[in-house]
Design a protein around this ligand. Structure first.
Ligand code: ADP
Ligand code: MG
Length: 328
């Protein structure tokens, strides 16, 4: 199968090309042509997932496809942007039909859910499986949430219990050690399934956009762990924070093979959760919590923004975050 047949079979003639009226020209030419709605700003982000670094190469192709798109979409959700279009740069060692089919299906499930259309990409051969997904969405002029908007006195929230994905990854390593294929398998208990799902099938939090809308002063998605990502909000906003360690929502429903110290470490430093950390001024707090309650969503306040830089309220060895180029 040649490059063009591969593109046709799995991408241009696949479920990934969902129809959108604003796609004037999709896959097949030198560029895609898009009609950006007037009055909106284009939000653009790209993420690369490399086998063995960002995902387990022996995971199912379906989850690899889902996850590669989900982690990029999460950046749109974290800015309050509506997903619209994406491009896919794929480098793979070989063109294997079953793998490509599963990969495209996993990606298509998520793209259909959020109405985001694949409009182009690039396909190359390389020793290393590498997947870059560039997403584009739109947001009303001035309505995006940015990292730099946190003010002293604002309440810091997170959008779910934290650490599920990192615990899911631990379970996946345990599966590998037991000679199983890592993934969401049918023999998993409900507690295991929730953690495995968080890792293999993360859900970008577009459901929060409506509720958080204009109430949020800053936001970020938690991809590298709470401590690391909260630090980005704080430094961009030139502020610090006091956290209430007892209110950081850790996973309590743990499988037998994991313990509380795993759950705490995962909540503070575990990556891959793709939950949102955001700040809200105290005046809007009640309004936000009522509106979240009406939608059946639980938001977790974990501390307050302070003028003084740095993070207080935690043990000092708990405040550092993950950095790809720095060993902890
Ligand atoms: P060019 O050489 O002009 O960059 P390519 O030969 O790389 O074009 O690609 C041909 C068409 O197929 C382009 O429209 C491109 O956007 C699309 N395409 C290539 N790879 C992918 C992919 N993995 N997913 C979606 N579209 C792709
Ligand atoms: Mg090209």
């Amino acid at each position: 199968m040649g490059e063009f047949e591969l593109i046709r079979r799995y991408f241009s003639a696949s479920d990934l090309q969902i129809p959108r009226r604003d796609v004037c020209l999709g896959i097949g030419d030198d560029c895609a042509l898009i009609a950006v709605p007037s009055g909106k700003q284009l939000a653009v982000s790209v993420d690369t997932s490399i086998a063995g670094v960002h995902f387990l190469p022996d995971a199912s192709a379906h989850s690899i496809g889902w996850r590669a798109l989900a982690v990029s979409l999460s950046d749109l959700a974290a800015m309050g942007a509506q997903p619209a279009w994406f491009t896919l740069a794929l480098s793979l060692p070989q063109a294997e039909d079953a793998w490509l089919r599963g990969f495209a299906q996993g990606m298509a499930e998520l793209s259909r859910r959020y109405g985001i259309a694949l409009v182009g990409g690039d396909t190359t051969r390389s020793e290393l499986l590498s997947i870059s997904v560039q997403v584009q969405g739109y947001v009303r002029q001035g309505a995006s949430w940015q990292r730099r908007g946190a003010r002293a006195g604002d309440i810091i929230y997170v959008s779910d219990r934290l650490g599920k994905a990192a615990l899911g990854l631990k379970l996946a390593y345990q599966q590998k050690q037991a000679g199983q294929i890592p993934g969401l398998d049918t023999s998993a208990s409900p507690a295991e399934a929730e953690l495995l799902r968080a890792y293999f099938y993360p859900e970008p939090r577009f459901d929060l956009i409506q509720i958080l809308s204009s109430r949020v002063s800053s936001a970020i998605d938690i991809s590298d762990g709470l401590m690391a990502d909260l630090q980005h909000i704080l430094s961009s906003s030139n502020v610090g924070a006091r956290l209430d360690a007892s209110r950081i929502p850790v996973v309590t429903d743990l499988p037998d093979t994991l313990d509380t110290s795993d759950a705490i470490e995962a909540a503070l430093h575990g990556g891959d959760d793709y939950q949102i950390c955001f700040t809200v001024s105290p005046q809007r707090r009640l309004e936000l919590e009522v509106s979240a309650g009406q939608c059946g969503l639980t938001l977790y306040p974990i501390g307050v923004v302070e003028r003084q830089r740095g993070i207080r309220g935690m043990k000092s060895d708990q405040t550092s975050g993950y950095d790809h180029f720095k060993a902890r």
